[in-house]
Design a protein around this ligand. Sequence first.
Ligand code: NAP
Length: 286
Amino acid sequence: MTQTQSARPMDGTGPARRLVEASAADAAEVLRRTGTAPCLATVLVGEDPASVAYVRMKRRQCERAGIASRRVALPASISTEGLVAEVTALSRDAGVHGILLQHPVGPHIDERAAFEAIAPEKDVDGVTTHSFAAMAFGLPGFVSCTPGGIMRLLDAYDVDLAGKHAVVVGRSAILGKPAGLLLLGRDATVTYCHSRTVELSARVREADVLLAAVGRPRFIRGADIKPGAVVIDAGYNEGNVGDVDFESARERASLITPVPGGVGPMTIAVLLAQTVVAAKRQLGLA
Ligand code: NAP
């Protein structure tokens, strides 16, 4: 590909819709065979508007796919012990197959302790150390939904990862770090960049596959993109803006995810898919 060509957009809505349809068919089959619909419990602490909107969207998508959801709304003042008790109760509740604890839970709460109270077999958002370790070892388990969605999107576009240099900008526990491990598991050569990386532009320029997971609007400039690179923009900043400057990046990339409509829809689709898988396992169907 030459520098003047415009990248093909990596639309996430189509692959996400197909995954949701497959999950809906599976959920219907679970209901038919057991009389029980898969059920996702959503736990929301406080009333942060973005978190309220995320949880509402996830519950609505569940409903459309025939997945029951149980809403647990807790006051912002809840203690770590209180939240851990609530999550533990859901972990023990046979009527709940998946648990989503919406991040963030508030600065006075030990969020990690609350995540660890999720039973591994119900960790459909892939947030526990158990899930992370399973993913890192390449063992069966639930992956963090955004990295899982990114891998599915790369597969939907037949991106060959073996031997490619993948550069991941960002190393958060839910996104950058697991995404890099999943890319490594597919034989990419992986470089992680973060806020202490020196000469970030030089590292970005080496990327055959670039994953931007920074949380800064239009942080990655097109001039730094290797011609022909595959660019995944996981960023979602105020005003529906990604971490990559889309207009300049598309002039150099071969494939690029739009924001919105790229990684975002895949994330929710993976959550639903993992919830149905969790239900099937718990109900003895898988
Ligand atoms: P995060 O926890 O804030 O992590 C941001 C990462 O970027 C950190 O590793 C940080 O490095 C790195 N970083 C910050 N400034 C940098 C700089 N100047 N140069 C290089 N690296 C820098 O964010 P996150 O939760 O991973 O989310 C990242 C983005 O993805 C956000 O826009 C978020 O909204 C979006 N997101 C989207 C979805 C989705 O479903 N589409 C899901 C989750 C997140 P340090 O580790 O050194 O601090």
